[in-house]
Design a protein around this ligand. Structure first.
Ligand SMILES: [Zn+2]
Ligand SMILES: [Zn+2]
Length: 367
């Protein structure tokens, strides 16, 4: 069948909206008609060449839609079901999946991270040859064939143009707080970077009743959104010293938990520096390839300050996505605060330009 998609052709180039051929789902695959897709910084990393990826590639990995057809052997969803896409289509059988950590699934490393399905091929093509689907989610398209575990069923009355965000930003940010870190009521939390994931971390910290939720960004609009989502203090790092303000707010020792949601050397090192003895800094931000950080290991061995990583909020998509949808439907996750605007697939390059200008909030592409 024909689909309309935004295709990455090469670094630094605008995505090109074009018609592609999409095959039917094979065994263990699901065809989804997409309703909406969020535009995430990880797509932008590829466009800017900060992460190596070979075109042609349909970008987008944060989407939601309606199942149209399932391949042989798929039983967990059927035509008509509403689904949120996941970019870790886990195998369920490897040691990481069995340990409840599908974000580390071995099969995902060899398939979704290589933009191919379980059999090593892609379902997309055009006259010139194969086109790949980013993380096998390729959501900048009106239809997509995804691995079965990449389509997570959610309740049908949830608005797809909001819950699409759960597939990346919200699972990653909320999960970093509630799964990876296990923040406790009354803890103090620092969140450095208030893009979609950082704002979701603010929501997560508010959900678990962190006492102090300090949000840092360079953009006042982003900080206003953080306040609306539950931040108890905000710091504009362009105007104020982050270490000085954090110590003013919580004392000289620093915070219990710091979440770095940008991926830069300077902010990673600052986040670690502002964690109290026995506290933990969590690396959530996705760095450009080649970024390295410097830390004093004595702060780990003597002060027991930890540094841990969080991929996809250590989430289990099939368990966590329906719960996050439920929280949204009950008014406990204000997804609207993450959204700055809506557009069509033809607005995709403008959405990246807004990202380049560090504008706050996410653009939702409505298909
Ligand atoms: Zn993302
Ligand atoms: Zn696995």
């Amino acid at each position: 069948m024909k689909v309309t998609a935004a295709v990455f052709e090469g670094v630094g180039q605008d995505l090109v909206v074009q018609e592609l051929e999409l095959e039917e789902p094979k065994a263990g695959e699901v065809l989804v008609r997409l309703a909406a897709s969020g535009v995430c910084h990880s797509d932008y990393h590829v466009v800017k060449g900060e992460w190596a990826a070979t075109g042609p590639l349909v970008l987008g990995h944060e989407g939601a839609g309606v199942v149209e057809q399932v391949g042989p052997g798929v039983t967990h969803v059927e035509a008509g079901d509403h689904v949120v896409l996941s970019w870790v289509p886990y195998c369920g059988r490897c040691e990481y999946c069995l340990a409840g950590r599908p974000g580390l699934c071995q099969q995902v490393q060899q398939t979704a991270y290589e933009n191919v399905m379980a059999d090593g091929t892609s379902r997309l093509s055009r006259a010139e040859g194969t086109v790949y689907s980013y993380l096998t989610a390729g959501s900048f398209a009106d239809r997509v064939v995804v691995p079965a575990t990449g389509a997570v069923r959610v309740r049908k009355d949830a608005p797809l143009d909001r819950v699409a965000l759960i597939g990346c930003a919200v699972a990653t940010g909320v999960g970093a707080v509630t799964n990876t870190a296990n923040v406790r009521p009354g803890d103090s939390v620092l969140i450095v970077g208030c893009g979609g994931v950082g704002l979701s971390a603010v929501m997560g910290a508010a959900l678990v009743s962190a006492a102090e939720i300090i949000a840092v960004d360079l953009n006042d609009d982003a900080l206003d959104r953080a306040t609306a989502l539950g931040a108890t203090a905000t710091i504009n790092a362009g105007r104020e010293s982050v270490p000085d303000r954090v110590r003013e707010l919580v004392g000289e020792d620093g915070v219990d938990w710091a979440f770095e949601v940008i991926g830069l050397k300077e902010t990673l090192e600052t986040a670690y520096a502002l964690v109290k003895p026995g506290g933990t800094a969590v690396v959530v931000g996705q760095s450009a390839e080649g970024v390295r950080i410097e830390l004093d290991p004595m702060l780990m061995s003597d002060r027991e300050k930890s540094l841990i990583g969080s991929n996809y909020g250590s989430c289990h998509p099939a368990r966590d996505f329906p719960r996050l949808v439920e929280l949204y439907m009950k008014g406990k996750l204000d997804l609207d605060q993450l959204i700055s605007g809506r557009g069509t697939i033809h607005d995709i390059n403008d959405a990246f330009a807004a990202m380049g200008r560090r504008e706050a909030g996410r653009t939702i592409i409505v298909h």
